[in-house]
Design a protein around this ligand. Structure first.
Ligand code: PEP
Ligand code: MG
Length: 320
């Protein structure tokens, strides 16, 4: 089976009828970045920087972060690198950072909320990313953005960083900007944010958790709250519709993208891009290459009509 998958390494991720999907990888360290070109991915769709930076006793400074991001860019040989700013809080703790104990951490100071509350830390990362972008194709995205004010704040900080780097005569590059859509509020507030964005990436792990009020790590809830449900599917579809109406590209970076069974549905919904686990890259690419786009679109239409988990599941399992 491995050999059969190997034949997809150098093929584009394209349906039988020529609809191309950009296939990217989710990574959390340089080692995985190095594997990606060899696996025939178009680049990195999610670099979880909290994992990359978590190992030292103190958070790597600007220079060290600049080095790490530049190394990743060089390893990608022109392919895109999508960097997500630190997503800490909730279940992710960084030993080197002070995090206050929260009663309800999943609903607390996490993602962009944490970094906006610690602007010095965020600026260090933004400056390192801007400088690294001098060496290649970099996209930057912000986790847990719910409201347009959060986006305003981070973009203002980014502008400050550009001005400072200019004054210090340090080179920096152009970056594309995006948010991770991972709360129902982000879906509903998206139209107001889209004019400021080049792309969005749907984080279905958290989108499911926050739409269903169901802890993503709680095994007691896993059966009744699967990754795909009618409500989450509608939120995904709303996101795609708003983004497409403003010509903003939509990617998916949640675990859902790594399930080859869901590939026809995701293609049919209209994703431009899927970002998946390194281990799932070839299988997902093989699944894309087996599809017919027009049939995928019909499948998505049927799936969006399903009112029950079982109907949705039947819809997907009966698709051949
Ligand atoms: C997500 O929430 O779907 C996502 C991709 O990010 P993480 O799993 O790192 O929260
Ligand atoms: Mg998330």
């Amino acid at each position: 089976a491995r050999e059969q998958l190997d034949q997809y390494r150098d093929k584009p991720a394209m349906t039988l009828d020529g609809h191309e999907i950009s296939l990217l990888a989710n990574v959390g360290n340089l080692n995985d970045v190095l594997k990606v070109s060899g696996l025939g991915a178009d680049g990195i769709g999610l670099l979880r920087t909290e994992f990359m930076l978590m190992h030292s006793a103190t958070l790597p400074d600007e220079r060290a972060q600049y080095q790490l991001y530049s190394d990743a860019i060089h390893a990608l040989e022109g392919r895109v690198l999508t960097i997500r700013t630190l997503d800490i809080g909730a279940d992710k703790e960084l030993p080197c950072l002070c995090q206050v104990k929260e009663e309800n951490p999943a609903l607390g100071l996490r993602g962009i909320r944490y970094t906006l509350a610690n602007p010095q830390l965020l600026k260090t990362q933004l400056r390192a990313v801007l400088r690294a972008a001098n060496h290649g194709h970099v996209r930057l995205m912000f986790p847990m953005v719910n409201q347009v004010e959060e986006l305003d704040a981070v973009l203002a900080l980014l502008e400050t960083c550009r001005r400072e780097l200019d004054d210090e005569e340090k080179g920096f590059g152009d970056i594309s900007l995006g948010i991770v859509v991972e709360t129902p509020a982000a879906v509903l507030n998206l139209p107001a944010m889209l004019p400021m964005l080049d792309f969005v990436s749907i984080g279905t792990n958290d989108l499911t958790q926050y739409a269903m009020a169901a802890d993503r790590g709680n095994p007691c809830l896993a059966r009744d709250y699967p990754a795909l449900s009618p409500a989450v599917l509608r939120l995904i579809s709303m996101t795609l519709q708003s983004a497409r109406s403003q010509d903003v590209k939509v990617s998916l970076c949640g675990e859902m993208g790594s399930d080859p069974r869901l590939v026809p549905l995701l293609i049919g919904l209209g994703f431009d891009e899927l970002s998946v686990n390194v281990g799932a890259l070839l299988e997902v690419k093989a699944a894309i290459c087996r599809q017919e786009f027009s049939r995928c679109t019909q499948l998505a239409g049927r799936a969006l009509m399903a009112d029950r988990l079982s109907e949705l599941d039947d819809c997907i399992s009966s698709y051949k």
